[in-house]
Design a protein around this ligand. Structure first.
Ligand code: FAS
Ligand code: PHB
Length: 390
């Protein structure tokens, strides 16, 4: 097979890039190690920045998102038993869209199939070759046969544990990492959300988050220890712990029900630099990871894809500038999102060394945040997504 761009990974980054390149007339194939069902079964992000919404529209897949997504004008911070609203609309005249990553993935997969584009699922032993030269190749095995894809570029959209970053010579890569000493135990339930917007809770027992997917489906998280296991938590135990971390009104209004998914996600900050190695370009979780506290993971993946799509379109029109500046343009935005995600995580979670003094400092910072227009505006403009400096 020969295409202009070989995309590794059928997550949101790979699918969004594939759709945008197709609409620009640039041929591409997606090579995915898992089955379509497995990819769709992963429960992940829930908040889309306006920039991501715009990119979904640009890709021609925004219809269901606008029909079923929930536009949120703000969010609530809960601490010392009280909730305080951060009004995005009033502070920065922007909103966010609540629309699950699963639905984003489904919309992109459906569009790709409708256009008759190729995604190779359950590709095994995927490997990337000669990306330091002008004729990169991708190889994979399927049904006992080894296949080769010849291309102009390889887009490494294969996530944190993918093969692309791992194939880069280690001396060509610099990585930066912080692993957090706790995880998020998440539950999905077909119950009405406890509030019409998200609630981020700082509590001395640990962080909690009340999120949602629709008026009838909720997503909740409680901070848990790293050695905890989802199977150790009955639904009842989860609901009881969540109630302890909420304010009185939310605890009283919480409608519980059986979990339809329950999992623990570790939290990490990670950046690999640079994002380009010859004709191999990293995008999304393949290049960076943020703790989900700032709702940046999926949105940062979309941000990389925006730059890579524009750069590849320019390349085929004879202009190499954007491709040459891809890495630095992404990294400028990546590091600001890493900072915000680290700051929100540090502010909202109970660390082993937080102690009573640390709890008082967190509560003081939160009280300052909700009482200062300047501080609340800073949170709002980061949460809704910093503007693109084109
Ligand atoms: P993805 O990891 O989504 O996709 C990479 C794809 O590449 C996968 O389908 C994988 O199977 C495939 N792949 C891997 N290795 C391969 C190989 N060798 N060959 C071929 N294919 C290969 N973000 C938020 O904003 N909010 C959240 O609440 C949130 N929760 C999360 C919970 C968990 C458990 C995880 C892991 C992440 C979470 N994230 C969250 C972040 C998440 O949404 C990512 O930012 C988003 O999936 C990034 O998309 P991709 O870069 O496409 O990577
Ligand atoms: C989610 O709905 O899964 C979600 C929302 C906001 C976050 C993290 C996760 O910050």
């Amino acid at each position: 097979m020969r295409v202009q761009v070989a995309i590794i990974g059928s997550g949101p980054a790979g699918l969004l890039l594939g759709q945008l390149l197709y609409k620009a007339g640039i041929s591409n194939v997606i090579i995915e190690q898992r089955s379509k069902e497995y990819v769709l079964g992963r429960i992940r992000a829930g908040v889309l920045e306006q920039g991501t919404v715009d990119l979904m529209d640009e890709a021609g897949v925004g219809q269901r998102m606008h029909a079923e997504g929930l536009v949120h004008d703000g969010t609530e911070l809960c601490f010392k038993g009280e909730r305080h609203r951060i009004d995005f609309k009033k502070l920065v005249n922007k909103t966010v869209m609540i629309y699950g990553q699963t639905e984003v993935t489904r919309d992109l997969m459906d569009a790709r199939e409708a256009e008759g584009l190729t995604t190779v699922y359950e590709a095994h032993n995927v490997s990337v070759h000669d990306f330091d030269g002008a004729h990169p190749k991708v190889r994979y095995e399927q049904d006992g046969v080894t296949h080769e894809v010849q291309c102009d570029f390889i887009a490494g959209c294969d996530g944190f544990h993918g093969v692309c970053r791992a194939s880069v010579p280690q001396d060509a890569l610099r990585t930066y990492e912080r692993v957090y000493p706790f995880g998020w135990l998440g539950i999905l339930s077909d119950t009405p959300p406890v509030s019409h917007e998200l609630i981020y809770c700082n509590h001395e027992r640990g962080f909690a988050l009340c999120s949602q997917r629709s008026p009838t489906r909720s997503r909740y998280y409680v901070q848990c220890s790293l050695d905890d296991k989802a199977e150790n938590w009955s639904d009842e135990a989860f609901w009881a712990e969540l109630r302890l971390r909420l304010d009185e009104e939310a605890a009283a209004n919480l409608i519980t029900g059986p979990s339809i998914e329950k999992s623990i996600a570790p939290l990490r900050s990670f950046v690999a630099e640079p994002l380009r190695f010859g004709t191999l370009f990293l995008a999304g979780d393949a290049a960076h990871i943020v703790p989900p506290t700032g709702a940046k993971g999926l949105n940062l993946a979309a941000s990389d894809v925006r730059f890579l799509w524009q750069a590849m379109v320019d390349h085929y029109r004879g202009n190499q500038v954007a491709l040459e500046h891809y890495s630095e343009r992404c990294l400028s935005r990546i590091w600001k999102a890493e900072r915000f995600s680290w700051w929100m995580t540090s502010l909202m979670h109970r660390f082993p060394d937080t102690g009573e003094f640390g709890q008082k400092i967190q509560e003081a910072e939160l009280a300052y945040l909700v009482g200062s227009t300047a501080a609340a505006t800073s949170l709002a403009e980061n949460y809704v997504g910093l503007p693109f400096q084109d």
